[in-house]
Write a protein that binds this ligand. Sequence first.
Ligand SMILES: [Mn+2]
Length: 201
Amino acid sequence: MFQRCGFADADADLPDADYVVVGLPFDCTASFRSGSRDGPDAIRLASFNFESYDYYSDVDLAALAICDLGNMDLGADAAYAEETIKEGIALLPKAAIPIFLGGEHSITPPIVESLARRSAPGGLGVLVLDAHLDLRAEFGCTRYSHACASRRILEKEGVKAYASIGIRSGCLEEFTFAKENGISYSTSREVKEKGIGVNPS
Ligand SMILES: [Mn+2]
């Protein structure tokens, strides 16, 4: 299921890993421009161009136990990809924190469903950073579309809290749905005016 390749300094063995990197190279519902399926390997390639030490957080990635399991083979069908993602996540060690590299936004609902089930018995909080509401019931003749990602996330059992930040785009039906259902979102304009910090100064 996993094809081995590697993120920089992610050289721990799976049983020893505190963090597990998994690539999800899927973009088959792309409506503007495809190519995000190349994202996971592009991120890995770029990772070798950075220092492993991050002075903001005073953390050296080289000192952490990170295992890169490579990419999952997700095929070209969104329903198949969703099931495969859930099957793959069920195989990951529960002690490690998973980090998923995409891939388009349609990969997120099965990730949320899986993480809520395996590690958040009290309910999972989801924070979405996105320009779009992604609250469409269906788009491009499929409910699995990237344009429906937040709608699908909100339908998942175990999602206790949800908010999206950076919104600048959506159709009238999406904004109406958000309003009628009390869905929390902040627009990019609000972020620009108020700042992104908890206590902006
Ligand atoms: Mn999105």
